[in-house]
Design a protein around this ligand. Structure first.
Ligand code: SF4
Ligand code: SF4
Length: 283
């Protein structure tokens, strides 16, 4: 399950026909089909921040516990921007949530599982403020759903799979990732600090909550007391705030008000500390 949309080699299961929301395609999946569960036997699933939020909540885990037990890190691009994939069951390629009856986390299954057998490609044209989404059918040999006599529009399929909510939740994050990729070498390799912040704000929601609660965060950013209170209680509000924070810290967008001169003071203090540390080591 899951296929990189850049892989359009002759062996690729992606049908190279671009579909829009109102285009039809033939596909159906149900528990009486001969291939039931086959797609979950060999997975390669990239997780989004909202996937992690939903799964960790369902499993009653903290974000860190979820990351430790259920994810494997990878680099999303040549600059080392961190991504996470769902860890497979020990010594197999199987999804850890697969049961004989089907998906054991169905209501909270990740975005990639909801899209299957469609692939999504998002692009933003130069000078356009919005992304353009298009879709592709992914036909893997083991999947018999393409032979079922059911057709539907992409729009109806997305709705039936609950994709819209997930896409809406992840939209701003996807924009950050796309922008990061399209900046490419013009911006150069991101600093280790910015990669750590990307990881924290994207995946480790509990760690990000701790960070927002620190005096040093408060020293730089202006967050109204009632909003701060909400961020401490509400995971979805915190995740959306984290995406705003990423836009600000990675691209300098003015998404969270800053206290005048606070960042400069903080950077100067950090520089002093680093210099003092280096001088101490040299002695
Ligand atoms: S999360 Fe559910 S649908 Fe997705 S691969 Fe695992 S078992 Fe299959
Ligand atoms: S039809 Fe395709 S998606 Fe459905 S269970 Fe079979 S292999 Fe999986």
């Amino acid at each position: 399950m899951s296929q990189a949309l850049s892989d359009l080699s002759p062996q690729s299961p992606i049908t190279p026909v671009k579909l829009d929301l109102d285009d039809q395609f033939q596909f159906a999946c149900h528990n009486r089909i001969a291939c039931f569960n086959k797609c979950c036997q060999s997975i390669d699933i990239q997780l989004t921040p909202y996937d992690i939020l939903r799964l960790k909540t369902r499993l009653g885990l903290t974000a860190r516990e979820f990351l430790f037990r259920h994810t494997v890190p990878f680099e999303m691009d040549g600059h080392g921007v961190p991504g996470l994939k769902l860890r497979t069951r020990d010594e197999t390629t199987q999804c850890p949530f697969l049961t004989e009856q089907g998906c054991g986390v169905y209501e909270d299954r990740p975005t990639a599982c909801r899209y299957y057998a469609l692939g999504l490609m998002s692009m933003r044209k130069k000078d356009s403020p919005t992304d353009e989404d298009s879709y592709f059918v992914v036909k893997e040999e083991h999947c018999l759903g393409h032979d079922e006599p059911q057709t539907q529009t992409v729009r109806a399929y997305r709705e039936s799979q609950g994709v819209d909510v997930y896409d809406d939740m992840n939209r701003e994050w996807r924009q950050v990732v796309l922008k990061k990729r399209s900046c490419g070498p013009t911006i150069g390799k991101p600093s280790d600090r910015s990669l750590q912040l990307f990881f924290l704000a994207s995946y480790d929601l509990d760690g990000f909550r701790d960070f927002v609660g620190t005096p040093s965060f408060d020293e730089v950013y202006v967050v109204a007391p009632e909003e701060r209170e909400r961020l401490m209680q509400d995971d979805v509000a915190l995740m959306r705030f984290a995406f705003r924070f990423l836009k600000q810290s990675l691209f300098g967008e003015n998404t969270i008000p800053e206290r005048p001169g606070a960042m400069e003071k903080r950077l100067a203090r950090r520089k002093e500390r680093l210099e003092a540390g280096a001088a101490g080591e040299a002695r």
